[in-house]
Design a protein around this ligand. Structure first.
Ligand code: TXA
Ligand code: MG
Length: 328
C-alpha cells in the first residue's frame, strides 16, 4: 500500500507546501508537543468535514482549534473570563485546551453544533510555524482513526493513514506523548474534563481549586470521549506486576524496570527510572508497537495515580474497557 509522504517539518519549503494544502481545503498531519494532529483550516467547513471522513468517526465530535497567537482568541470566543486569561498566561503555549463560548467566526461543524469551542496554543515549533504562516486557526483532532490510540511519531501516522493524507509534517517524537488537558470554566471555577499533559496538581497550583467532572453513570463529560477511546486492537488488561501475567503469548507494558522475570514474549519498559513524564512520552508509541506483535493480550502495569500518572491511567482504563465491550 502506498504511504503518505513524510516531510521534515523544520524545513521551510515543506511548511510552505503544508500551508498551500491547507489553503486549498486539504487535511494534513502535523506534530504537536502532545500528539500528532490532523489539521484543516478551522474557518473552512468543507475542509473540516474531511477530517471526520479520514478519522472514520461515526458522528461529528468537537475539534480543538489551535492558534499561534493568544490575541486571536478574542475573535474566536464570545466571552473571555479572567480565569481563562490566567490559564492562557500560565500554560500557553502548551498542552492545555480551554473550552469557551464560541463566536460566530467558527463554523458549527468544528464544534459539532456546540455553543462552546476548545482552544489551545501548542508549543511545538513546527505547529506554531504552520499556523502562523497560514494566518488562521487550525482545527485538529489527534491523528488516529476513530477509537484507536493517538500517535506520537510521523511514521505511526503514515502507517495508519496509508495514502489518504497528502502530507505529514515530521517534527520528531511528541515530547509529552499524551493529549492536552481539557478544562472549562463554570462559575469562576476550573472544571477538568480530560486528564492530560498538564497535571491536575499543576492546574491547582496555578488557579486554586479544580473540580473534576463526575461521571456517576460512567459517561464522559466531553462529547465523543467514549469510555473505550484510545484502545489498541489487542485486548488489554491492567495488572499490578509481572506476577499476574498468565498468558505467555502476551506483551507486557512495564512502568519501571521489572524486579522479577516476566513471562510475556514481549516486554517494553515505559521508564526505567519510574519517571512519569518519560512514561507518558513513550506511552502511545509503545502501545502501538505492542499492538503489532500479534500477542493475544497486552498486560499493562498500573502506574502511580499522581501527576501525569492520572492521565496515563485514564487512557489505560479506557483501553481495558474496550476489551470488556468486545467480549460481551
Ligand atoms: O493534545 C491534544 O489535545 C491533541 C492535539 C492534536 O492538539 N488533540 C486532541 O484532539 O486530542 P481530539 O479531537 O482527539 O480530542 C479532543 C477532545 C474530544 O474528545 C472532544 O470531544 C473534546 O476534546 N472537545 C473538543 N471541543 C469540545 C467542546 N467544545 N466541549 C467539550 N469537549 C470538547
Ligand atoms: Mg483523539
Amino acid at each position: 500500500m502506498k504511504r503518505a509522504e513524510i516531510a521534515n517539518g523544520f524545513n521551510s519549503e515543506a511548511v510552505s507546501r503544508a500551508v498551500r494544502l491547507l489553503e486549498h481545503g486539504e487535511v494534513i498531519a502535523f506534530p504537536t508537543e502532545t500528539v500528532y494532529g490532523l489539521g484543516a483550516d478551522a474557518f473552512n467547513a468543507a475542509a473540516v468535514a474531511k477530517i471526520f471522513e479520514l478519522k472514520k468517526r461515526p458522528h461529528f465530535d468537537p475539534l480543538i482549534v489551535h492558534v499561534s497567537r493568544k490575541e486571536w482568541i478574542t475573535t474566536l470566543v464570545s466571552d473571555l473570563p479572567h480565569q481563562a486569561r490566567l490559564l492562557m498566561d500560565r500554560f500557553w503555549p502548551g498542552p492545555l485546551t480551554i473550552i469557551l463560548p464560541k463566536s460566530t467566526r467558527i463554523p458549527d461543524i468544528v464544534t459539532a453544533g456546540l455553543a462552546t469551542v476548545g482552544l489551545r496554543m501548542p508549543s511545538h515549533p513546527v505547529a506554531l510555524e504552520l499556523i502562523e504562516r497560514l494566518g488562521r486557526p487550525v482545527a485538529a483532532p489527534s491523528a488516529n482513526p476513530f477509537g484507536y490510540m493517538s500517535t506520537t511519531k510521523a511514521d505511526d501516522v503514515a502507517s495508519l493513514f496509508d495514502d489518504r493524507l497528502p502530507l505529514i509534517l515530521d517534527g520528531g517524537p511528541s515530547c509529552f506523548g499524551i493529549e492536552s488537558t481539557i478544562v472549562s470554566l463554570a462559575e469562576g471555577r476550573v472544571v477538568l474534563h480530560r486528564h492530560g499533559s498538564v497535571s491536575s496538581e499543576e492546574l491547582s497550583a496555578a488557579v486554586g481549586e479544580v473540580v473534576e467532572t463526575t461521571r456517576p453513570d460512567g459517561k464522559c463529560a466531553a462529547p465523543g470521549e467514549l469510555p473505550f477511546h484510545y484502545a489498541p486492537l489487542t485486548p488489554l488488561m491492567i495488572i499490578t506486576g509481572p506476577e499476574q501475567v498468565e498468558n505467555e503469548n502476551s506483551a507486557f507494558l512495564s512502568f519501571t524496570e521489572p524486579t522479577r522475570p516476566v513471562r510475556s514474549k514481549h516486554v517494553l519498559v515505559l521508564s526505567r527510572s519510574g519517571d512519569l513524564r518519560e512514561a507518558a512520552a513513550n506511552f502511545f508509541s509503545y502501545l502501538i508497537q505492542m499492538d503489532r506483535k500479534g500477542a493475544e493480550i497486552i498486560y499493562a502495569q498500573k502506574v502511580p495515580e499522581k501527576g501525569l500518572g492520572k492521565a496515563i491511567m485514564e487512557r489505560l482504563k479506557k483501553a481495558e474497557q474496550k476489551r470488556v465491550v468486545v467480549i460481551r
